[in-house]
Write a protein that binds this ligand. Sequence first.
Ligand SMILES: O=P(O)(O)OC[C@H]1O[C@H](OP(=O)(O)OP(=O)(O)O)[C@H](O)[C@@H]1O
Ligand SMILES: NC(=O)CC[C@H](N)C(=O)O
Ligand SMILES: [Mg+2]
Length: 490
Amino acid sequence: MPDGRHSDGPTEKCGVVGVSLDGRDAAQPLYYALYALQHRGQESAGIVTHDGFQQHSHVEMGLVGDAFDEEDLESLKGSTGVGHVRYPTAGSVNASCAQPFSVSFKSGSLGLSHNGNLVNTDELRDELAANGHAFTSDGDTEVIAHDLARNLLEADLIRAVKRTMDRIHGSYALTIAHDDTVLGVRDPQGNRPLCIGELDDGYILTSESAAIDVLDGELVRDVRPGELVVLDEDGAGFDSYQLVERERTAHCFFEHVYFARPDSRIDGSLVYDVRRELGRKLWEESGVESDVVLPVPDSGRAFASGYAEAAQADGSDVEFAEGLMKNRYVGRTFIMPTQDARERAVRLKLNPIKDVVEGRTVTVIDDSIVRGTTSTQLVDLLNDVGAESVHMRIGAPAIVAPCYMGIDMASREELIAAGRDTEAICETVGADSLAYLSIDAVAEALERSRADLCLGCVTGEYPYDIEDESTDREVTRPDIGDVRASVADD
Ligand SMILES: O=P(O)(O)OC[C@H]1O[C@H](OP(=O)(O)OP(=O)(O)O)[C@H](O)[C@@H]1O
Ligand SMILES: NC(=O)CC[C@H](N)C(=O)O
Ligand SMILES: [Mg+2]
């Protein structure tokens, strides 16, 4: 397995936050912000604060609502701090890798939250260990914390961060509490999102602007790729240092397709608008006449409304209907650790309304197909309730390669599109027709050139050097019959 990736798990990403307030305790706003970022990671949640004298930390496995009670929040004293929700992509899936990571050293303390994945973790860990650093986890985040702590012993804050940025390779959006100073750092290619918000009595740094909204704040701007933002300790403002400049960005397009909340604004675009535009383009590229268009909730919704709107504008009398009902108590299905659990979860999660579907031709719109669990089951379900035909339209290109940048998107073996063409995938999921959106349409909707996006999972070409990437390229495909049989057995 290549450095910095574990073998199985969901395609979730972590959420980071940091706040600096004028006197008010930071714990509660951090907690609410983490609640707003819960979709980005459900494995653990944590907050580290600083009261001007000492650091306080509470980190637990589980969801935000379960990880903290009132007493925990009260114990987190101080008006500055950082928080994290984790979905593991590097290191163990247990408390040893839960964040924020705390490190105490001669000249102070650090609490560090990370979204992303380093691609040179092993090399850095070996070097730091040889210099006497003792690690308590096998993750990449602790390596960043130790490297920064070491640099802080020899240099001022800005130089120390710059040195660490020069040494760590890969994707990272970081919020860091260095004593009572809160910092935000974004990797030089801006792979993972990070933005700055203004609150009534302070400032916030966070993965998604929805977390600023829930605190009734205002989005100021995105943190620029390669930029360090330092919040004033009294919450009065912030300073910016452009520490690394790169010619090209490598923004992750999948943030807009699936990960981020539709109500978040990332790198200048509202996720909801981008999804609707992708849906419109999907109609333009591969629209198919049918009686009804059904979104796959949740993330397929905005795509389907854009698709149906474009179809109707073109004179189609297709109906847009919420014909798949979602059980809101079942989380994102990738979170399930085994294929069997994922299949069961899809059945629990989505139920078709027979009356909407029976005897009709149906177009199902989803944002993406990863392992194919959702689409394969859905086609069966829709056929079971009497759909005359089922056409799948997908608002992203086919995912043919793993993600090494902080999304655990399974190995090639598990990806239904790796080593298969669209026709074979269509046959595998059992649909009457299937079409994906083109990569160019994605770049157009995001108003960026292809060269400024990370498209690794849809092209297999990465903007970072990935150790051992090539060893994962050979895929032995099971027979289509075997795949369908395993679904039918369930
Ligand atoms: O091909 P698969 O491996 O099944 O993965 C693709 C599905 O998983 C995601 O939904 P998910 O249930 O994670 O979350 P959502 O409710 O936000 O759409 C995505 O939106 C697709 O529906
Ligand atoms: N999903 C992420 O961004 C994970 C951050 C970090 N690589 C970890 O596994 O803890
Ligand atoms: Mg979905």
